[in-house]
Design a protein around this ligand. Structure first.
Ligand code: UGA
Length: 431
């Protein structure tokens, strides 16, 4: 199929590259000239393992190109995928201005029948709104479908090439066959449903995963008080297939560009139809307070934090990405600075983004985990990067002022810590 993808953020770029990899002809479009120039030179604006290799091979094969010319891309394509951002408005609602602008431009450019698919996460009813805007901007015929995206940052290519399922929301049933054929090379698990249900599946899925995380985090808080070990509890729970083992890692809570935004948006969507989503509101509140566990644990072992030197391992919201959006590290660092602490920060790849967000005289920027630990009164691990899992723990006792390690992601086992001389504190496990 000939496909135009509007928006080269995470979802758009990865989808475009993966559709090309499956043999389609894809043109990726973005307003941002610099971004498109980089992409044309095969430089990915996002850090995502494997993406540049796929960009190169598909561009060479003549299946993938990049342009700022939306109109031209639309005219050449049968399927137009909208993958522009839907950031949060101050009240938590999804901001649809970029979608609306893109739809107007698509409508104006259309020269024949097109299928317009939304991949951006949009509130229920948005695709009907898109149909209206398109109808006002073109005389050509078209269909609008919703094909939500479930990829995770850091494993986006694999998630897209081998997804658990693909959800296709459509109201014109004659599209079932061509759209199923388009997606068959990715998986046989294709679920066709109505547009409104597809829109809801995306929010419900993210809200459920966020709920699992906040649930296990609350269980971890109770574990600490009753002397149980949350990793053992999660393992035992996860063996029940109805529960499932994934997303039961206790820690300092979820961040990223999706869960915080989508949970807020779903609370708003419910509120707009006079429904109070009490459970999800609690999930969000639990997540907000969970990151402060680090501060409480630090104060528990060091007392007043003023003047203390704290090493931080990990700034990105999760490993294998340089994304710091809504990362727990942001509030933790800000709180420590307010408390008068001095900080030594290290992350394998998110340092530049973090520095652009927060720069302060209390911060020293380090080039390795060991450098961040040197002279520190305590080290806090905030992101479960592989690099930290294999850090030479036996050296900490020699280089730190006080060998205190606060593990916000439960990456170490007690066996790894035993014999190192480290005072180790984790989340929901006996110290
Ligand atoms: C999430 C969903 O997992 C994807 O399915 C979805 O497509 C995406 O949002 C989106 O809507 O675009 P992502 O935000 O990339 O993907 O990251 P996740 O791997 O889901 O992790 C989110 C946060 O939860 C991270 O901060 C992670 O550290 C935290 N987490 C995850 C936990 O604290 N515990 C867990 O057990 C799992």
């Amino acid at each position: 199929m000939k496909i135009a993808v509007i928006g080269t953020g995470y979802v758009g770029l990865v989808s475009g590259v993966c559709f090309a990899e499956k043999g389609n002809h894809v043109i990726c479009v973005d307003h941002d000239k610099q971004k498109i120039e980089k992409l044309q030179n095969l430089i990915s604006p996002i850090f995502e393992p494997g993406i540049e290799e796929l960009m190169e091979s598909n561009q060479k094969a003549g299946r993938l190109s990049f342009t700022t010319d939306l109109a031209q891309a639309v005219r050449q394509s049968e399927l137009i995928i909208i993958a522009v951002g839907t950031p949060s408005l101050p009240n938590g609602e999804a901001d649809l201005q970029y979608i609306e602008q893109a739809v107007i431009e698509i409508g104006k450019a259309m020269n024949s029948y097109k299928i317009v698919a939304t991949k951006s996460t949009v509130p229920v009813g948005t695709n009907e709104h898109i149909q209206m805007i398109l109808a006002m901007n073109t005389l050509e015929s078209f269909d609008v479908v919703s094909i939500p995206e479930f990829l995770r940052e850091g494993s986006a290519i694999q998630d897209t090439l081998e997804p658990d399922r693909i959800v296709i929301g459509l109201d014109n049933l004659t599209l079932t066959e061509p759209l199923t054929e388009l997606h068959k090379p990715f998986t046989d698990q294709i679920f066709v449903t109505s547009i409104r249900s597809a829109e809801m599946i995306k929010y419900a899925s993210n809200a459920f995963l966020a709920t699992k995380i906040s649930f296990i985090n609350e269980i971890s808080n109770i574990c600490e008080k009753v002397g149980a070990d949350v990793t053992e509890v999660a393992k035992g729970m996860g063996q029940d297939r109805r529960i499932g083992a994934s997303f039961l890692n206790a820690g300092i809570g979820y961040g990223g560009s999706c869960f915080p935004k989508d949970t807020d948006a779903l609370i708003q969507i419910a509120g707009n139809v006079d429904y109070e989503f009490q459970l999800l509101k609690s999930v969000v509140e639990v997540n907000k307070s969970q990151r402060y566990k680090i501060i409480t644990k630090l104060e528990g072992s060091l007392g007043n934090l003023s003047g203390k030197l704290i090493g931080i391992w990990g700034l990105s919201f999760k490993p294998n990405t340089d994304d710091i959006r809504y990362a727990p590290s942001i509030e933790i660092v800000e709180t420590l600075i307010r408390a008068g602490a001095r900080l030594k920060l290290y992350d394998p790849i998110a340092m530049d983004k973090f520095r652009a967000h927060i720069d302060h005289p209390a911060i020293q920027w380090c080039e390795s985990a060991l450098e961040a630990a040197t002279g520190a009164d305590a080290v806090c691990l905030l992101t479960d990067w592989e690099e930290f899992k294999t850090a030479p723990l036996t050296q900490l006792i020699f280089i730190m002022e006080k060998p205190i390690l606060i593990d916000g992601r439960n990456v170490f086992t007690h066996e790894q810590i035993d014999g190192t001389g480290i005072h180790y504190y984790s989340v929901g496990r006996p110290d």
